[in-house]
Ligand binder design. Structure first.
Ligand SMILES: [Zn+2]
Length: 60
């Protein structure tokens, strides 16, 4: 009767994931967008450095 899956609506480690640091100047990067998940492709987050505007993408 009980489902084996846990609900994903509550806070999880994914929602609390910290943004990456800039590989160039080590400043915290700001998330400026997300590319929606496509078939056979992972979710992609786009970050931009708040200091040198270096852009980085991270797959989830
Ligand atoms: Zn930077």
């Amino acid at each position: 009767m009980a489902s084996a899956k846990t609900t994903m609506s509550t806070l999880s480690s994914d929602t609390l994931a910290e943004p990456p640091e800039c590989p160039l100047c080590a400043a915290p990067m700001a998330c400026i967008g997300e590319l929606p998940k496509i078939i056979a492709r992972p979710w992609v987050e786009v970050f931009r450095c708040t200091c040198c505007t270096h852009v980085l993408t991270r797959e989830r």
